[in-house]
Design a binder for this molecule. Structure first.
Ligand SMILES: [Cu+2]
Length: 129
């Protein structure tokens, strides 16, 4: 009976150490994989629909195995134009989506890049239309 107890303890200790080292490995991996979002407006945004173009990079390499979600609104009238959509991807792996600037004023666009359901990069664009 005593022997079984020791074995259980040893097993629990093993599990604990395995989890800890796995977590440490993940933390190191997350630091090494630095994602960033770059964006551009092919045409100067004005009132109306204007395409936003986005590229996602991991270190200096462009990556295509991510999803980009865009969420935009006017901070001065929160919720009034609140729109969230997944960006479409072209053959080059760039992300595109027309943004509807319904009226003049300040706009806020939040871009999030997601990989395997986790947010890996975030970018906020503030502009006056
Ligand atoms: Cu408005």
């Amino acid at each position: 009976m005593k022997k079984i107890k020791y074995m259980t303890l040893a097993f629990v200790a093993f599990l604990f150490s395995a989890t800890t080292s796995a977590q440490q490995a993940m933390a190191v991996e997350a630091q090494a994989e630095t994602y960033s979002i770059k964006y551009e407006w092919p045409q100067k945004p004005k009132v109306g629909d204007h395409v936003l173009k986005v590229k996602v990079f991991q270190e200096k390499e462009m990556v295509t195995d991510v999803e980009v979600v865009v969420s935009y609104d006017m901070p001065s009238m929160r919720g009034h134009h609140d729109t969230t959509a997944k960006m479409m991807q072209n053959k080059k792996g760039e992300f595109l989506l027309p943004i509807n600037f319904a009226m003049r004023g300040g706009w806020e666009i939040v871009l999030t890049a997601e990989k395997d359901g986790k947010i890996v990069a975030k970018e906020i664009i503030l502009l006056d239309i």
